[in-house]
Design a protein around this ligand. Structure first.
Ligand code: GAP
Length: 489
């Protein structure tokens, strides 16, 4: 019945961005003032999709005996970020071209250098790199460049203006947003907008353990806003400055960390598949180079139209965080096992997903363009349709109700059906334009079912229900609509 059109990657991203604005999924922040870089507003359909993603994640996590929920504040004691390492390490080295004023993150700059320029760097790294560091490949040279960019300033050619030796020394740029608490803007009142929800969980470890009387292994799940002053915001919702995370920290006996790491890795990839992610669009990226606190780390990546990108990280963070907060706060964050009489600091297996990045991935995954027959029997000419094939649990609107024509009391019947369904579901009523146009509008919003009241309804109290993906219609009694939708959604 349908035939896929070939689309270029660039086209697809642009089409999705345009659909997001047209249909009310996502708007640029402060658009009427020219926008604010790296910030977005979620419109009427976007906010529903966002809530649905959070709801299915929250249910998945907390409808278990051993996971509790938490909602920690965004502003936290500044010592939290010293203990976590964010004050010291959460920064990107930046470098500026004095000639054309382009600013680059060091790793991005290396990627952008011409092959010839990279070879010059390689030669320089072999000849005069820091003592004790051997350079046998371009990867080694890149590693040395990233660690000591200032050694190579004379060799660098700006990828933008083409000038040589025009770069400033590299400087560290912390990604945390800073503000002041109280009326005085001095350094003793500095606080940060959290760059991740996780630290709110670590500092509440004792509170949750004691109030919920949980025994190991147990987890704490949290959904909330996070802020990062990213240098390179890019690819629409992929890398932004204000976003939401859904993170779960699972506290385990250190002897069982590997088992639970495997368990959560599998659970998390299954979760994305359960809600409709195409398996061939997902892959795991196992980290070879690990952060100093991590014992293992794997990313779940989605194939966006612009390439593969991380949507969730699963990390074995060992006892690093609880140990550091114990050290910095002076309060013990540990566990006493009353069976084995052992006292120890638990290890943490962390599942860290972006809500807004998952939103973008679910959107790309759902987006499709099809060439379809105008009539169901396939005999007439074709037309194209844009459809968002969301999993029904994620779809912003669950059903739309139409009167076929606006006479003979069809509107009233359709309105009554809408009101009845609205007690439980997000339902849209539409009586304007040709019915085919109304179907197309709902396809573009990802509405899984359209219910039409027609002349048969007047005779036998039945309606048609059209399935978004197959476009097939079936006729059922009005009294069965709610039950039908419940079984399908
Ligand atoms: N607590 C661990 C942590 O925050 P992360 O890999 O830095 O780990 C977890 O972030 C997830 O948060 C990422 O997989 C991504 O989905 C999302 N995320 C991180 N930075 C983001 C940004 N600038 N814009 C949108 N989402 C982001």
């Amino acid at each position: 019945m349908s035939e896929k059109k070939t689309q270029t990657k660039q086209d697809t991203t642009e089409k999705i961005v345009s659909l997001c604005k047209r249909r009310g999924f996502v708007f640029q922040s402060s658009e009427i003032y020219g926008g604010l870089n790296g910030c977005y507003d979620y419109g009427p359909l976007g906010v529903e999709l966002l809530l649905n993603i959070k709801n299915v994640w929250w249910k998945e996590m907390t409808l278990r005996e051993n996971i509790e929920g938490l909602d920690a504040s965004i502003l936290m004691h500044p010592r939290v970020w010293e203990a976590s390492g964010h004050v010291e390490h959460f920064s990107d080295p930046m470098i500026d071209c004095k000639q054309c004023k382009s600013r680059y993150r060091i790793d991005v700059l290396f990627e952008m250098l011409s092959q010839k320029n990279k070879e010059t760097i390689y030669k320089k790294a072999v000849e005069s790199g820091p003592p004790g560091e051997s350079v046998n490949s371009m990867d080694d040279a890149e590693g040395m460049f990233l660690g000591n960019p200032n050694l190579f300033l004379n060799e660098l050619i700006c990828p933008n203006c083409g000038n040589k030796n025009t770069f400033t020394e590299a400087r560290s740029f912390n990604l945390m947003f800073k503000t002041y608490m109280g009326p005085l803007e001095d350094s003793s009142n500095e606080v940060y907008l959290r760059p991740e929800t996780a630290q709110g969980t670590y500092v509440n470890f004792n509170n949750v353990k004691e109030s919920s009387r949980q025994k190991l292994p147990f987890g704490i799940a949290q959904i909330g806003k996070a802020f990062r002053n990213e240098i390179n915001t890019k690819n629409f919702l992929f890398r932004v400055r204000e976003f939401e995370q859904m993170e779960m920290q699972f506290f385990v006996n250190p002897r069982e960390d590997e088992k639970w790491f495997e368990y959560w890795r599998e659970q998390r990839i299954n979760w994305f598949c359960k809600y409709g992610m195409k398996e061939n669009k997902l892959k795991l990226h196992v980290h070879e180079k690990l952060a100093h606190y991590a014992k293992a780390a794997v990313d779940i990546e989605y194939q966006f139209p612009f390439g593969w990108g991380e949507i969730e990280g699963i990390h074995n963070r060992t006892d690093f965080d609880l140990k550091r907060h114990t050290e910095y706060s002076g309060k013990k964050l540990e566990y006493f096992d009353d069976q084995t009489r052992e006292r120890f600091i638990p290890y943490v297996i962390e599942t860290a997903a972006g809500v807004t990045r998952s939103f973008f991935a679910f959107l790309c995954n759902a987006y499709d363009e099809e060439e379809i027959a105008k009539d169901l029997d396939g005999t007439s000419s074709t037309e194209s349709r844009t459809v968002l094939q969301f999993h029904p649990s994620l779809a912003p609107i669950k059903a739309a109700v139409f009167p076929l024509v606006n006479r003979e009391g069809m509107q009233e019947i359709a309105r009554n059906i809408t009101e009845d369904l609205r007690k439980d579901l997000k339902v849209f009523y539409d009586d304007s334009g040709a019915v085919g146009r109304r179907y197309r509008r709902q396809d573009e919003c990802g509405t899984p079912y359209c219910i039409t009241v027609d002349s048969d309804t007047l005779n036998n109290n039945t309606v048609t229900i059209r399935d978004r993906d197959t476009m097939r219609q079936e006729r059922i009694g009005i009294d069965r609509i709610a039950e039908y939708l419940k079984s399908m959604l």
